[in-house]
Design a protein around this ligand. Sequence first.
Ligand SMILES: [Zn+2]
Length: 439
Amino acid sequence: MTDVDLLIAPRWIVPVVPRSVVLEAYAVAVLDGRIVAVLPLEEAQVRFVPRQRIVLAEHVLIPGLINLHTHAAMALMRGVADDLPLMRWLNERIWPAETASMSESFVHEGTLLACAEMIAGGTTCFSDMYFFPKAAATAVEQSGIRACLGLTILDFPTPYASDADDYLTKGLAARDALREVQRITTCLAPHAPYTISDRTFEKVILYADQLSLNVHIHLHETQEEIAQSEAQHGVRPMQRMLRLGLLGPNTIAAHGVHLTRHEIELLAERGCHIAHCPSSNLKLGSGIAPVAELLARGVSVGLGTDGAASNNRLDMFGEMRLAALLAKGASGNAEVMPAWQALECATVNAARALGLDDQIGSIEAGKCADLVAVDLSALETQPCYDVVSHLVYAAGRDQVTHVWVEGEALLSARQLTMLDRTELLERTRTWQKRLRTLH
Ligand SMILES: [Zn+2]
């Protein structure tokens, strides 16, 4: 008999790795934040003495969902500017609002709000791109979630930094300060080809190579971005990045909506990762990413919500369902992106993109106990012939009941354990008053 911290006994476990497997009457044993075994419940009861035992009779246990592209603090700008195309949305509403309100406390409190929403909805890790990364990190630590914080780089000033060098200096200082924080990693996040000069890209490449950092960037999001690049640089953005030496297995390209067959092949060849954000792409009228072709060519696709200002939910269940439906509708092929593959995109594929697939993304012995329990007893998810089908096509984030990161409960019986809901609501109301005066 071995002592463990936690034994979770759900009705089903979908470990994601191996693919398409559903385990029934199994248990997960957790010690020091790690999964020590995934085994039949009967065997677990003989082998382990848990300090805490959680029986979830009507639930499925899945790996924590990973939001591969978001701007967490923008949760405070949810609904501040709707029904506009990307460039007008950015130029007329978002960038002016950020110029007027951006500060460390905005990022800290906006990120807290986003973390609360994500945790309650079954997300245990997010890949962020925003300003004041140390303020975001404080919120991440308070909430207990895991994050890869993108160190944003732009060529124009914001209240965070004055020019590209200033962004880089501040970003790298934040990276140094956060190196020992267990649940936080960092990467470089040059915002997009239309906001970054060749000279800045060259610096990004230099630091990414020297420090072995991933590069998280918006890419081929709109037709306008591509036309602008052709006019200014004579080539499409991807071609320009290729010329500069920026496409590789450390590239996480958000969106990839407008891609030629050659560009899809190039993404596959170079081992780049796509963060597919179907809701944001639809809402901003950007288009529909060619996910069927990307998957067919072997490009690794993760899912993201994008920021709450262009979605307006940080809901990975919603993104899984929409991604699966859109892939079928856009390709005219109902066999494209089956439910298990949508779940892979939201878990193990995203973990691979972040270079964390040895730690998270599946329920396997040795990995971190980043776990989510989903209650399938509701009328909306009965009867249940196929739990993976239900996770993608029928269940919603409101059916998430328990969330653990490294074995630590962040959501228990639908209640946030680390964050005070009342306090969050109060702070959010204060920000709402401040941002409303900008209109
Ligand atoms: Zn974005």
